[in-house]
Write a protein that binds this ligand. Structure first.
Ligand code: GDP
Ligand code: MN
Length: 346
């Protein structure tokens, strides 16, 4: 018959969910990590409602809310009421959300105006740049994350369109995965004119940090000369905090930071994370969560399988994977595997 039938095994899009069901193992040290503004409270509640109904009602992972200014009582009370899980609220240290002394702020302002003339989104915004720099180099250093090994980034206004019946943190930790994504896109080149040259300078200084030379094929279509813009869309991420805390990633971030592109250009945390994930992690340590239905304006990830119709409300035809701008998922999956100088430790 051709109707949608209930699955006859525990397999959900290839994942044996019984292995990672609630209560089968000690929960990993993980939390939702949410950078958000007080003004985004309604969108935050919407995103929490969906993640609670689709996943966290069964798993009860805590939330860590971060902000560059203190959260209002209203924000605290209303988000706390959305979940049974623990919630904590932190202010970002000002040195993680301000101009470093090596940045020329007059020049930065001229650069913003030039980008505005080119019609770049958020060209004039200083807070957007602090946000991107924070997400690139500092979120994993916040004291509220000190006791955690894993994070799941959550933004206001996103939608989760499928039941998630297993624990992605446990799945990742058991399988040696360090970084998980749902959508991979091309970046707007005007926001990152010198990111690639800077990253390549870093690599030439620290070639021993590269564990995945094939990652270069994903990032560049011309043998490394130029960056094709492929990145994992970072408004959704499930990742290992210890990857970002590694000496390799910290040295990479510091090198980029000193080059000034977070302020003189408008480097996004997504390409910054993706270049690191592609080169410092093996192919097997990066995972596409094909089975997680997710929407952040204007892109969606929707599972294609027949089985998923029973647990999702998204339209598979609208999934980003059908669009050329999101072809970076396909090109990641097509990379040859196993080109590691070390083996992943599961
Ligand atoms: P976009 O997805 O690139 O359009 O950027 P967003 O506006 O969604 O910002 C990314 C994330 O950072 C969201 O979770 C925002 O709530 C958060 N964010 C952006 N700017 C600020 C800010 O100035 N302060 C705080 N506290 N959060 C911010
Ligand atoms: Mn967003």
């Amino acid at each position: 018959s051709s109707g949608v039938r209930a699955p006859d095994s525990n397999l959900r899009d290839g994942v044996d969910i019984a292995l990672y069901a609630p209560g089968v193992a000690k929960p990993v040290r993980a939390a939702f990590v949410v950078l958000v503004r007080n003004s985004e409270l309604p969108g935050m509640k919407q995103a929490m409602r969906q993640i609670e109904d689709r996943f966290n009602g069964k798993f009860n992972y805590p939330y860590v809310f971060l902000n560059d200014v203190p959260f209002t009582d209203e924000f605290v009370t209303e988000t706390t009421a959305m979940t049974r899980a623990n919630v904590s609220f932190g202010v970002i240290p000002s040195e993680h959300w301000s101009y470093p002394d090596f940045i020329n702020q007059t020049y930065a302002q001229e650069c913003r105006q030039n980008l505005e003339k080119q019609g770049v989104f958020y060209a004039l915004s200083e807070s957007y740049r602090h946000m991107c720099r924070f997400n690139s180099g500092f979120f994993f250093r916040h004291p509220l994350l000190d006791e955690l090994d894993w994070y799941w980034r959550l933004e206001p206004d996103v939608e989760y369109s499928c039941d998630i019946d297993y624990d992605p943190f446990l799945y990742m930790s058991r399988r040696g995965i360090k970084y998980g994504y749902t959508i991979a896109l091309h970046e707007y080149p005007e926001t990152i004119p010198n990111l690639w040259a800077t990253a390549k300078d870093f690599i030439s200084l620290q070639p021993e940090f590269i564990r995945h030379a094939n990652g270069m094929q994903w990032l560049s279509d011309d043998g490394g000369a130029t960056y094709n813009g492929c990145h994992f869309w970072s408004n959704f991420e499930i990742g290992s905090l210890n990857f970002f805390r590694s000496k390799e990633y910290l040295a990479y971030f510091d090198y980029l930071d000193r080059a000034g592109g977070f302020f003189y250009e408008r480097w996004g945390d997504a390409p910054v994370h993706a270049i690191a994930a592609a080169l410092l992690l093996s192919k097997e340590e990066v995972h596409w969560f094909e089975d997680i239905g997710y929407y952040h304006n204007p892109w969606t990830n929707c599972p294609q399988s027949h089985e998923s119709r029973l647990r999702c409300h998204c339209d598979p035809a609208k999934s980003a994977i059908h669009h050329y701008w999101a072809s970076c998922t396909k090109s990641w999956l097509e990379l040859p595997s196993a080109n590691m100088s070390e083996t992943a430790n599961p």
